[in-house]
Write a protein that binds this ligand. Structure first.
Ligand code: ATP
Ligand code: SF4
Ligand code: MG
Length: 374
């Protein structure tokens, strides 16, 4: 993906229509990302930051308003529109890039048996195989995703399956297309917590067996960590339509370079890290700014605990981090940046350690005020 933008025109009220400045939601705003063969990238970020939009854009379900997406060098929208020299056809790209939806329930037609749901993609990919062979392939794949006896499951309707079983069917359906990349959009959030590791392990095994890449979307750092660590992949952190940090799980968790990654780390208590320093979140404002009108300069400056004047004025770009493991978009990575000579913004601290110390002091002040008033 090269400098990809997806801007949506926002639904407007009657009054807005008389104004000339149509409001635009900057769901994805200038993202470049390479996904290699058998790669694994976990997209992490708060609700509404643009994860699904970016994922759908990657697999060609959402047309970007700027930038380009290429599959093995072929621009996927030029292939769809039949423009230029098309080396890889639109049909081939559609087969190669598959999706596992956020909610497996709504992804399966409730009126069709599993056998019909699964045979449809096979008719596309293998139009010449016999019905018996088709059934044999569905059978073995269902068994491979842990649904045994497969013959029994093939005859059922989606409502006769548990959440975990539905998710396995959706995974099997994506794999029947023999894809080169799968977008798994919050694929395990609907699954019971006790089953999540099992499904993630299954996906990782199948990734190797089927030689496919994964873009795994999650708002939960511990799931992203599990996936990235066990699948030898990367985590990409998104904030208001941009990737603000990317790197291995190990580096992001033990040595985060972007203050927002630190916030996500703080919000995930079960990471087996040393005890966090403060009870307060390392953030100046809880509310996420509006993607229609994102903050100037660094988009995180309104919440960042260590923001300075320079952050309000200048937009940081994603640069290689010291040590070479990934990239981060924060001026603090550059020891010569004018950030270091500018004044902290209101409520921000000189350093991260000072922010935590202030937060801890405020907590104890407010506790003693409450005790006095009692
Ligand atoms: N079709 C659309 N039309 C207008 N705005 C949209 C559309 N799809 C998404 N958006 C907006 O774009 C932004 C990003 O949405 P997106 O669904 O990509 O977020 P997300 O990170 O996947 O969130 P979640 O974690 O809640 O699934 C949101 O502000 C959303 O309201
Ligand atoms: S550039 Fe400034 S506001 Fe943005 S994350 Fe870095 S320190 Fe915070
Ligand atoms: Mg989403």
């Amino acid at each position: 993906m090269d400098d990809v933008e997806v801007h949506f025109e926002k639904e407007q009220g009657l009054l807005d229509r008389f104004r000339s400045d149509a409001s635009v939601v900057r769901a994805v705003d200038g993202i470049s990302l390479d996904i290699e063969e058998q790669d694994l990238v976990c997209l992490l970020g708060e609700s509404g930051c643009g994860k699904t939009t970016l994922g759908k854009t990657m697999i060609g379900l959402q047309r970007p308003t700027g930038g380009s997406i290429r599959y093995r060098g072929q621009d996927i929208w030029e292939a769809k529109d039949g423009e230029g020299d098309v080396e890889i056809t639109h049909e081939e790209i559609r087969r190669a890039l598959q999706i596992i939806h956020q909610d497996p329930g709504s992804a399966l037609n409730p009126n069709r048996r599993i056998v019909n749901i699964l045979s449809e993609p096979l008719r596309h990919t293998h139009p010449n195989i016999s019905q018996a062979e088709r059934r044999e392939r569905m059978h073995s794949l269902l068994e491979r995703v842990g649904m045994t006896p497969a013959g029994d499951f093939l005859e059922r309707y989606p409502h006769q399956l548990s959440g975990g079983e539905k998710q396995r069917v959706v995974l099997a359906r994506a794999l029947l297309m023999n894809p080169n990349a799968i977008l798994a959009d919050e694929a395990i959030s609907a699954v019971d917590v006790s089953l999540r590791i099992e499904i993630m392990d299954l996906m990782l095994e199948l990734q190797e067996e089927f030689d496919t890449s994964f873009l795994f979307i999650s708002h939960d750092l511990s799931n992203a960590r599990y996936f990235a660590e066990h699948g030898d992949g990367r985590i990409a952190v998104m904030y208001l339509g941009e990737i603000v940090e990317i790197g291995t799980a190990e580096r992001l968790i033990h040595d985060p370079r972007h203050p927002y990654t630190e916030v996500l780390r703080w919000a995930t208590p079960n990471l087996d890290l040393d005890a966090m320093e403060a009870e307060e979140p390392p953030i100046r404002q809880i509310d996420v700014p509006d993607p229609v009108n994102p903050p100037s300069g660094c988009r995180f400056h309104t919440r960042c605990p260590v923001a300075r004047e320079a952050c309000r004025e200048e937009h940081p770009t994603l640069e290689d981090v010291d040590g070479g493991d990934g990239k981060a978009a924060c001026f603090r990575e550059d020891p010569n940046h004018r950030y270091w000579d500018s004044e902290p913004l209101e409520g921000a601290a000189e350093s991260r350690e000072e922010f935590f110390a202030n937060a801890a002091a405020e907590t104890s002040d407010s506790n003693s005020e409450t005790a006095n008033s009692d």
